[in-house]
Write a new protein. Structure first.
Length: 80
């Protein structure tokens, strides 16, 4: 869970620094961090897609496909 928390904090930091719409490079960085976190729980079968919608608040739309859920025994590498 620590890795997931660190990825979320990193993504929030990147998003807070961006005053303009997210660049493609920034969006790719956040999507890569999200994919790394999701890969701890699922066998992903493609890229993670991220869409950022700005309004009064920022809405994040994350889409990913997985072939399966990892077995419970493989969770928790001791990082929590």
């Amino acid at each position: 869970m620590r890795r997931l928390r660190e990825s979320a904090l990193r993504a929030r930091s990147v998003l807070e620094r961006e005053k303009q719409p997210l660049s493609e490079g920034c969006r790719a960085l956040v999507a890569r961090d999200v994919a790394a976190a999701l890969s701890e729980y699922f066998v992903l079968s493609g890229e993670v897609r991220l869409k950022v919608v700005r309004g009064d608040k920022i809405s994040l739309l994350i889409e990913a496909e997985a072939e399966s859920i990892l077995p419970f025994g493989s969770f928790g590498s001791g990082d929590a």
